[in-house]
Design a protein around this ligand. Structure first.
Ligand SMILES: Nc1ncnc2c1ncn2[C@@H]1O[C@H](COP(=O)(O)OP(=O)(O)O)[C@@H](O)[C@H]1O
Ligand SMILES: Cc1ncc(C[n+]2csc(CCOP(=O)(O)OP(=O)(O)O)c2C)c(N)n1
Ligand SMILES: [Mg+2]
Length: 331
């Protein structure tokens, strides 16, 4: 199979079935031509996944296809945007049809579900690298950004924080988990995150600032606070309540509270939304969580004084010993 047969079979043909009316020209020309809605603004975000750095060699190809698109859609969700389409640039060591078939299926199943068609890309031989750029749209001026957090606003996260990091530690054999359903759940949280697109749309006009959690709450919240020129207090006990299955597991229930909080604060790969909102939205957000069937947890408050203070249930400061994920941390 040559390069163009590969593109046709695994990407161009199945992608065509997913084109929306916004795709005026899709795969096969020099550029894709997309038509955003009148009065919409265009949003663009790009993320890559590299074998050995973002995923282990031998990771299930269907899940990898899903995750590569999910991490990108998560950025659109964080801005409250609706997907328009995406491009896929792929480096493959060789043509492996037993890998390409599920990879393409996992990616395009999420593309169909999210109404985000594949509209172009590039394919080359090289170390396994998956690079996606997503395009989204939003009505003028409504994009949720990192710089709008206001003093006195509440801080929220969606979903369960720390589970993906626990999944990573399981795969790295840093701890074991005898509870098979929990083990399966944690690894799925690492390998197959759900982009929170509908939550993001519902946060338009509600959230004062938002971002998605990829590197870990500690560092990511730090970016949001810096952009907004504010500080924050995080209630560690509220953060732990987002992942009760994890903390009640027999292996981790003996950890002290501050160790659990520090683990969750440094947990990368969450792909949940972090956002701030005026306290008048509390009941709306409780109902929204029920409507969308996901946790939306208030974990703290924005403060005028800069800096991030994470407290345990006794009000004592939790030492965060550094870390969120940083690709160049050791350099
Ligand atoms: N090589 C690069 N050239 C230009 N901009 C970059 C580059 N790498 C990252 N960025 C930008 O820096 C910002 C932070 O990047 P990153 O932490 O990867 O964001 P995210 O977590 O949303 O993917 C983003 O606005 C991103 O677009
Ligand atoms: C094999 C493997 N090692 C380590 C990790 C943990 N990890 C790798 S990258 C990353 C952070 C997110 O990746 P990044 O490229 O920084 O995404 P972005 O912030 O740009 O969205 C984490 C937590 C992993 N998922 N898999
Ligand atoms: Mg990035």
């Amino acid at each position: 199979m040559n390069e163009f047969e590969l593109i046709e079979r695994y990407f161009a043909l199945p992608a065509k079935a997913l084109y929306t009316p916004a795709v005026l020209t899709g795969i096969g020309d020099d550029c894709a031509v997309l038509q955003p809605a009148p009065d919409a603004q265009l949003l663009v975000s790009s993320d890559m996944l590299l074998e050995g750095r973002h995923f282990f060699a031998g990771t299930d190809a269907y899940r990898l296809g899903h995750k590569a698109l999910a991490t990108n859609l998560s950025d659109l969700a964080a801005c409250g945007a609706a997907p328009l389409g995406f491009t896929l640039s792929l480096a493959l060591p060789q043509v492996d049809e037993a890998w390409l078939e599920p990879f393409s299926q996992g990616m395009l199943a999420l593309a169909a579900h999210s109404e985000c068609p594949l509209v172009g890309g590039d394919t080359t031989r090289g170390p396994l690298t998956i690079h996606i750029t997503v395009f989204g749209q939003i009505p003028q001026g409504q994009a949720l950004l990192r710089n709008g957090a206001q003093v006195g606003h509440d801080i929220y996260v969606s979903g369960s924080i720390g589970e993906a990091r626990a999944g990573l530690h399981l795969l790295q054999a840093q701890w074991s988990c005898a509870n098979t359903p929990l083990r399966t759940h944690l690894i799925r949280r690492l390998e197959a995150p759900t982009p929170r697109l509908s939550l993001g749309k519902h946060l338009r006009g509600v959230a004062s600032s938002a971002m998605d959690l990829s590197d870990g709450l500690c560092g990511d919240l730090g970016h949001l606070l810096k952009a907004s020129k504010v500080g924050a207090r995080v209630d560690g006990a509220a953060l732990l309540q987002t992942a009760p299955r994890l903390w009640q597991s027999s292996e981790l229930s003996s950890w002290c509270e501050s160790k659990k909080i520090a683990f969750a604060m440094a947990g990368g790969d969450d792909y949940e939304l972090l956002f701030t909102a005026h306290p008048s939205f509390r009941s709306y957000l409780t109902e929204l969580g029920q409507e969308l069937g996901m946790g939306i947890t208030r974990i703290g408050e924005v403060l005028a004084e800069q800096g991030l203070h994470v407290l345990d249930s006794q009000g004592a400061a939790v030492a965060l010993n550094g870390a969120s994920f940083d690709h160049f941390a050791a350099d």
